[in-house]
Design a protein. Structure first.
Length: 284
């Protein structure tokens, strides 16, 4: 029995694969080792993954791809937590979400793989391994074009009074925010990135307004200019995208990529099914 996980900062998608059966899907909160300790990850799984744990008694292999898992010490945090929860698993592999996204979109082909979800990142995949660049700086210094970026843009415009009146009223009615609430959630509570990204769903509400289109264009263009164009040969390869922002706003993303001579490959919301298919194909 094989367990595959794709984890962002907000959520983790799991697929449990057993020969002769349809894969079973599960979802838990995100398990980013930059924000959670080993003990905290174990607690999240024990509290939020009871059905998965109950169904996974015969798991022999675990493939975990997650945000924040780009260094050996972060790998160890997640691996130790998984081995604590799934004690019968004889093989546990932990890699970055970028590698998982590359497997899901590029397969064995060369290409660029972009993550546009709660956070944002990019890597070049040579058909076997990813070559991470200088990006992935997180929601304070980076995350251009991500849910966090759009949430931050909306909140600051709201608090500064820079929204059009109709949009301001709609945002205020939806969220009833004050400066004190925002400051508390961003500076005093954990998971500030997920909190900010939660407001990005409002972008779909105002998608057809001039204000919404301007913010979308600004955020996605910033991702293109800062991330994609940092690769001198970006125009030679397909550029693939994974994540809710890329998927929901795929029309705007494709249009902007066309303007910048970028060939778009796959755009998928959740890589988990493509990821499982890739892993199973390697084992054949």
């Amino acid at each position: 029995m094989i367990l595959v996980a794709d984890s962002g900062s907000s959520k983790t998608d799991w697929l449990l694969s057993q020969p002769g059966h349809e894969p079973r899907e599960f979802r838990t909160p995100g398990l980013n080792p930059y924000f959670l300790t080993e003990k905290e990850i174990v607690k999240v799984l024990q509290d939020k993954a009871a059905d998965l744990i109950a169904s996974g008694g015969d798991i022999t292999e675990i493939y975990f791809f997650g945000a924040g898992c780009s260094s050996p010490d972060r790998h160890e945090i997640v691996s130790n937590a998984l081995s604590t929860v799934f004690q019968k698993a004889s093989y546990i592999s932990v890699d970055s979400d970028l590698l998982g996204s590359a497997y899901a979109t590029c397969g064995h082909e060369k290409g660029l793989c972009c993550v546009l979800g709660t956070g944002s990142n990019i890597s070049f995949f040579d058909g076997e391994e990813i070559h991470a660049g200088k990006h992935g700086l997180g929601f304070i210094l980076g995350d251009e074009g991500s849910g966090t970026w759009f949430g931050k843009a909306l909140i600051t415009d709201f608090l500064y009074g820079n929204m059009p009146d109709t949009v301001y009223s709609q945002f205020d009615k939806t969220y009833s925010l004050t400066k004190e609430i925002v400051v508390s959630n961003v500076y005093q509570k954990p998971r500030a990135n997920s909190y900010l990204a939660s407001f990005a769903r409002f972008m779909n509400v105002i998608r057809r307004t001039d204000y919404g289109q301007n913010i979308l264009r600004q955020g996605l263009t910033e991702f293109i200019e800062t991330n994609i164009k940092s690769y001198p040969q970006y125009h030679k390869y397909k550029c693939n995208f994974v994540g809710s922002i890329a998927y929901v706003f795929s029309d705007e993303l494709k249009a902007l990529c066309a303007e910048h001579n970028i060939e778009v490959g796959k755009i998928i919301r959740q890589p988990i099914h493509d990821l499982l298919e890739f892993i199973l194909s390697r084992e054949e």
